[in-house]
Design a protein around this ligand. Structure first.
Ligand SMILES: [Fe+2]
Length: 230
């Protein structure tokens, strides 16, 4: 498998490139529009053909590149069905598989950070979007965020994956790149709660500034990043 973890320094976003083999099909998860040229160059250098660009959810802190990549490469732009956006030409839901050659990512619906949050599961790793971060969880105070739903996504779905499953989140602000389900179960401070209500209280007690780009990014991302001021 070809696997690359790319980092956008402005928004601290991780973008993932996956392909089964050289010369084969590739998938990008959570690409950032400003980095479109970099992705195109890397795809050429790795000798893979982008067929799918997918967002784990409608992001509030950066503009997606799924639309710009579709324009440049003819790949499909994939968003979750709960995103409800018309710009996507692939709409996925829980139980679906996103496939490039013989690499198959199982789609889990993991709402809570937003009501359109999804995770993508491979046998040895999971792309958790902003549902599960390394030693954190995605905020639940806007975009139809819901701490109760997030608790269910975390404890009912993600933490039930095998302990050794690698965790690749959509962001990190502390220099961490990868974790495992077992490590997060033990050491993620947000997951050390006694009950669902305790988690809800913890999340509702957070006082956070809105993301700087939120007013630009959310509407832009509803059009796959193709209509934005930048
Ligand atoms: Fe997010």
């Amino acid at each position: 498998m070809i696997f690359r973890q790319l980092f956008d320094r402005t928004s601290s976003t991780y973008t993932y490139l996956l392909a089964a083999r050289k010369g084969g099909e590739a998938l990008l998860i959570d690409p950032v529009v400003e980095n479109t040229d970099q992705y195109i160059q890397l795809l050429e250098e790795l000798d893979v053909k982008l067929v799918l660009a997918a967002d784990t959810h409608i992001h509030a802190d950066h503009v997606t590149a799924v639309g710009s990549l579709r324009n440049r490469t003819d790949c499909a732009a994939a968003m979750g069905e709960k995103a409800g956006v018309e710009c996507a030409n692939v709409s996925f839901r829980e139980g679906d598989r996103l496939s490039v050659d013989d690499l198959h990512l199982d789609v889990l619906y993991t709402p809570g950070h937003t009501d359109d949050s999804y995770s993508f599961v491979l046998p040895d790793r999971v792309f958790t979007g902003d549902t599960l971060l390394i030693r954190g969880t995605g905020r639940t105070d806007f975009q139809n965020g819901d701490p109760a739903a997030q608790y269910d996504s975390l404890f009912g779905k993600l933490l039930r994956l095998p302990q050794e499953t690698l965790v690749y989140p959509a962001h990190d602000y502390n220099g961490m790149t990868v974790s495992t389900i077992g490590e997060e179960s033990r050491y993620n401070p947000r997951l050390q709660v006694e009950s669902k209500q305790a988690y809800i209280d913890l999340m509702n007690g957070l006082v956070l500034d809105d993301p700087r780009l939120m007013d630009v990014a959310v509407p832009a991302n509803r059009s796959c990043g193709l209509k934005h001021a930048a």
